[in-house]
Design a protein around this ligand. Structure first.
Ligand SMILES: Nc1nc2c(c(=O)[nH]1)N[C@H]1C(S)=C(S)[C@@H](COP(=O)(O)OP(=O)(O)OC[C@H]3O[C@@H](n4cnc5c(N)ncnc54)[C@H](O)[C@@H]3O)O[C@H]1N2
Ligand code: MOO
Length: 436
């Protein structure tokens, strides 16, 4: 990246003199530093949100055996091929097969077995007749039944062994996020444990002497209300980052607020980046731009600092302490949130070996026009206007100011507008990065 020495205020002029990095250049530099975390074997039940580190192969065929798709009767097709309402075919019911039954009854000519959905198809039968196609239905389903409608063909309503998946097939490749559907699919093919990436351990450090931790704010509903002195603000980046980090499958092992003085930050950094329990990543916010009290910039010598052609999120710091990734995100809350999406999230996913590290983009028309910053890629918080279900539209959730943290609460994504574009007009197609 465009590197400046982390010497604080003295190199501010140098920063301004240098060209901006593109978002893609900075992201490439970040991803190049990522070394994936190790994998471990984990019970499937504990793997929600983890990333597969090895292909998951089916342990059994799915379905595991030929079975009935309907509640009804297992029959010989030839016996009922001519059945109709005017000339029902009578069959003697010789067995009753609930799901889970291990019985494999003999079924002779003119005979049937009552069978429930999911029960194995008797070896002697080849077709299922649902209750609805018999005269007596469920109410008259034991003894002798009358089939009033011929099955469309031999084998109808039979679910075949292995028709979904064969034993040994790769059900999901390495690098897949294990969401609820994936976990369900793996369970269905007999997998009870998986090889998954160990959750990266992440430390979040908010910097700024103006920050008041939530627990010291007092109760908004109490008689005294919120207690803030002049110049103080509630600390909000830490809780936001903790949430988005957890959503990547990583684990926030520590969350701290440090002042702008430096010694607390230095001690904390040493503690969390050395020894066997060193964090996989430390995410700082604040103290990275051009002011007189930029604690991250002035203290973290392992990071380099530069400007990226994006808005918000222009000042960025990045580096390595041993194997720990260090991110210096700007302190403005929208800048911190956007910077996380664009640089930190992909890195945390890459650490876990995730194949897809990008957010999905939806290209939809802008609901209204807005201005964009010259020469910087814009990430504008937007809601998705679904008034017309056929044409969703991107509606700004804020004017784009990087301090408008309250408006962030209404955002469903970020409109991503190229650096060369100066303004978006209503109806222009824009890419919306969807967030969850
Ligand atoms: N002379 C210049 N000034 C600034 C520049 C510049 O290029 N030249 N860049 C601006 C841009 S763009 C941004 S973004 C900010 C980033 O500044 P820092 O990363 O140094 O952040 P701070 O100054 O510490 O804080 C900025 C802002 O955000 C509030 N903040 C910080 N941490 C938190 C937190 N954890 N929770 C809630 N709010 C937080 C802080 O109070 C400030 O208002 O710099 C511009 N300046
Ligand atoms: O680039 Mo700053 O991140 O505009 O707010």
């Amino acid at each position: 990246m465009d590197v400046t020495t982390p010497s604080g205020t003295s190199d501010g002029a140098g920063l301004h003199a240098r060209a901006l990095l593109t978002v893609d250049e900075h992201l490439a530099a970040v991803l190049a530093a990522v070394v994936p975390v190790p994998a471990r074997t984990v019970p499937l039940a504990d793997a929600l949100g983890a990333t597969l580190a090895a292909p998951a192969r089916a342990v059994i065929d799915l379905p595991p055996f030929d079975n009935s798709a309907m509640d009804g009767f297992a029959v010989h097709h030839v016996d009922v091929a001519a059945a109709n309402a005017d000339a029902p075919v009578r069959l003697r019911v010789v067995a009753d097969l609930p799901a889970g039954s291990a019985v494999d009854p003999a079924i002779g000519t003119g005979e049937a077995a009552r069978i429930m959905t999911g029960s194995p198809l008797p070896t002697a039968a080849d077709t299922i007749v649902p209750f609805e196609d018999t005269v007596g239905g469920l109410a008259d389903s034991l003894g002798v039944i009358a089939v009033a409608s011929a099955p469309a063909r031999r084998g109808v309503h039979v679910r075949r062994r292995g028709e979904d998946t064969r034993r040994g097939d790769v059900v999901l490749p390495a690098g897949t996020l294990l969401g609820p559907l994936q976990i369900g699919a793996l369970a269905a093919v007999g997998i009870s444990e998986v090889t998954a990436a160990v959750a990266p351990r992440v430390v979040v450090v908010s910097t700024g002497s103006e920050l008041v931790p939530l627990e010291r704010l007092g109760s908004a509903t109490g008689a005294e209300g919120v207690r803030l002195e002049r110049g103080q603000i509630p600390e909000s980046n830490g809780i936001l980052l903790a949430g988005v980090i957890a959503a990547t499958g990583a684990r926030v092992v520590r969350r701290e607020i440090v002042d702008d003085e430096g010694s607390a930050l230095r001690a904390l950094l040493d503690e969390v980046t050395t020894g066997p329990d060193a964090a996989d990543a430390v995410v700082f916010t604040g103290g990275v731009s051009a002011g007189a009290y930029e604690v991250v910039r002035q203290t973290v010598s392992q990071m380099t600092f530069g400007k990226v052609a994006m808005q918000p999120g222009k000042p960025q710091g990045f580096g390595l302490a041993g194997r720990t990734l260090l991110f210096g995100l700007p302190g403005n809350p929208v800048s911190a949130a956007v910077s996380f999406e664009v640089f930190v999230r992909p890195a945390l996913l890459a650490l876990q070996g995730r194949t897809e590290v990008r957010r999905p983009l939806l290209r939809i028309p802008a609901a209204v026009g807005w201005r964009t910053p010259a020469g910087r890629r814009q990430y504008l918080p937007v809601t998705i206007d679904r008034t017309d279900p056929a044409v969703w539209r991107a509606a700004p959730a804020s004017s784009g100011g990087s301090h408008l943290a309250g408006r962030l609460g209404g955002a469903e994504g970020y409109a991503v507008v190229a650096a060369e574009v100066d303004a978006v007009a209503a109806g222009d197609l824009v890419d919306v990065m969807l967030i969850d």
